[in-house]
Write a protein that binds this ligand. Structure first.
Ligand code: UTP
Length: 292
């Protein structure tokens, strides 16, 4: 059994360089880019909180101070808003810094890859199972992606990855899992490969940025050598975990936007804007004029 305890901790690796968004990410973390009016990282933290998680661990790097500030009180701003009687805006700020949630920050000194970033959380997570959320994979809050994953982990008592079907041509952008049995809602994985060429991909099931992992992954990560892109890959450690205690894939339901790249980020802004009552009329009128 690998997932015996309740999942109480979420790890947010936010130490990547975000080069696909330069120059925006020169001094601002990619995870602070807003979709309409809320930063990507806040959507991910809210998703974890809705799944019952109360301990949020951020693995940060240089230039990520803005994330710490975002989850801290902003006394000057709050007192200005108070003075002006702007209670609705004050509520928006209050919602970010809920008192029953712990925000913990650890550093990844060098961006050596996602696997290395997860390993940096070990001193805080210790021997607990934990969730990992990649904030640049934005999932629309209509679907509770992480809650779905946690229930599969509780049923199977194993580590679980969220997967979705992709166009096989896109395999080069994802970790791809192999399974032996037909995929219903979840299945045990038999292999996982980072960014394979379409001809080498074991299936068209791609890992999206939500994981529930057993603490055994830390031991494996501490031995994992650099892989694809010369980075310490979480995928390689998961492959070893899969051949040991076993890992499940869970079919992800919902809408996901790859906000790590420009087109996905723009789509998210348009879609979230069109679902916002205060914006949808004028935004759709504007889009119509542009699409004619
Ligand atoms: P990405 O592959 O999107 O990398 O990382 P990136 O460096 O942020 O972006 P590009 O490719 O240069 O544009 C996936 C996730 O892993 C985190 C990132 O912050 C992102 O959430 N990550 C990646 C780390 O925390 N540390 C790393 O060393 C690498």
């Amino acid at each position: 059994m690998t997932i015996e305890k309740k999942i109480e901790t979420a790890v947010f690796p936010v130490a990547g360089l975000g080069t696909r968004f330069l120059p925006a990410t020169k001094a601002t973390p990619k995870e602070m880019l807003p979709v309409v009016d809320k930063p990507l990282i806040q959507y991910a933290v809210e998703e974890a909180a809705r799944a019952g998680i109360r301990r949020m661990v951020f693995v940060t790097g240089r230039n990520k101070r803005a994330i710490e500030d975002h989850f801290d009180r902003a006394y000057e701003l709050e007192s200005e808003l108070q003075k002006d009687g702007k209670t609705q805006l004050l509520r928006i700020l209050d919602d970010i810094t809920s008192s029953d949630i712990d925000f913990i920050f650890v550093r990844q000194p060098h961006a050596l890859g996602l696997g290395h970033a997860v390993l940096c959380a070990q001193p805080v997570v210790r021997e607990e199972p934990f969730a990992v959320l990649l904030a640049d994979d934005l999932i629309h809050p209509d679907h509770e992606a992480l809650s779905q994953l946690i229930s599969v982990a509780e049923q199977t008592q194993r580590s679980v990855l969220a997967v979705e079907e992709i166009d096989p041509k896109e395999s080069i952008r994802y970790g791809i899992v192999g399974i032996d049995e037909p995929m219903t809602s979840s299945a045990k994985i038999t292999s996982i490969v980072e960014k394979p060429a379409p001809k080498d991909a074991p299936s068209n099931l791609a890992v999206v940025g939500r994981y529930v992992l057993s603490h055994e992954i830390f031991d494996i990560l501490s031995r994992t050598k650099s892989g694809a892109g010369n980075e310490i890959q979480l995928t390689d450690a998961i492959a070893e975990l899969a051949s040991g205690s076993g890992v499940f894939a869970s079919r992800f339901h919902g809408e996901r936007y790859d906000c790590g790249e420009k087109l996905g980020y723009l789509k998210a802004n348009i879609d979230f804007g069109l679902r916002d009552d205060s914006l949808k009329k004028n935004l759709s009128a504007f889009l119509k004029t542009r699409c004619e």
